[in-house]
Ligand binder design. Structure first.
Ligand SMILES: O=C(O)CCC(=O)C(=O)O
Length: 228
């Protein structure tokens, strides 16, 4: 299934006991309504997480209707699988850390596998935040380095704004918030060569006014099928 060997980065190598370092996130204010918190090495133990996810996830391909024909999405998806006890604890710790930091609940997480450089995801905003200005989507990258692009949504032009292109290495994280899913788009572009990479996405709908974000049982399904 994988056409390029994954070389674990020196930075990401380490004990199987994993820990998250959300204190490494730094905010980039995209405009007055949207922001991204970006961090290098936020999940220590990312090589072990990559290996476990690769082996244990029930990877499946999705098809999308593009204009008038069905096309295979160039990546695979899966719900977060049961991991080893230590890794499950670390991932739960990461989710709890996100909940604490952003004062909202996050879903159980979804994984996407980019098998090589020809796998990608096109410019899109996640459907969870398409009609509201307060969704938070956290993306943890494990495995090979890939580029992660951000640009203002061309359909919602609000004056002069910049494009961004960041390299996400193993253990790096971006957290998109505010109106990022509504007013901005993100993408993982194709590359001439790249090793396999998995992104784990934790999504939170917006504020429900009660004290935590509301949990919508259908958000996983609708988000996943139309998120890109
Ligand atoms: O893999 C990534 O870094 C981004 C994933 C994403 O944008 C999505 O699945 O909606």
């Amino acid at each position: 299934m994988l056409t390029a060997a994954y070389q674990p980065s020196l930075f990401a190598q380490g004990p199987v006991s994993a820990v998250s370092r959300l204190d490494r996130l730094r905010r980039v204010q995209l405009d007055d309504m949207s922001w991204v918190d970006r961090g290098v090495g936020v999940f220590e133990g990312s090589d072990a997480l990559f290996r476990e996810l690769l082996e244990r996830t029930a990877w499946e391909g999705h098809r999308r209707l593009l204009f008038d024909r069905w096309v295979d999405e160039p990546r695979l998806h899966g719900a977060m699988p049961r991991l080893s006890d230590a890794m499950d604890e670390a991932v739960s710790g990461l989710r709890a850390g996100l909940a604490d930091r952003y004062q909202r609940d996050f879903d159980g997480g979804w994984a996407a596998l980019y098998r090589d450089g020809s796998d990608s995801v096109a410019w899109h905003g996640d459907s969870i935040g398409r009609f509201r200005g307060d969704a938070v989507v956290a993306v943890l990258s494990v495995g090979a380095e890939r580029r992660f692009g951000l640009r203002p949504d061309p359909k919602r032009s609000r004056g002069e704004r910049s494009n961004y292109a960041w390299r996400l290495g193993s253990g790096d994280m971006v957290v998109m918030g505010g109106a990022c899913q509504r007013d901005w788009q993100h993408a993982v572009p194709k590359m001439a060569t790249a090793g396999p990479r998995i992104s784990i996405q934790f999504r939170s709908p917006g504020w429900d006014g009660v004290g935590r974000a509301s949990r919508t049982p259908s958000s996983r399904v609708s988000e996943h099928s139309s998120g890109d």
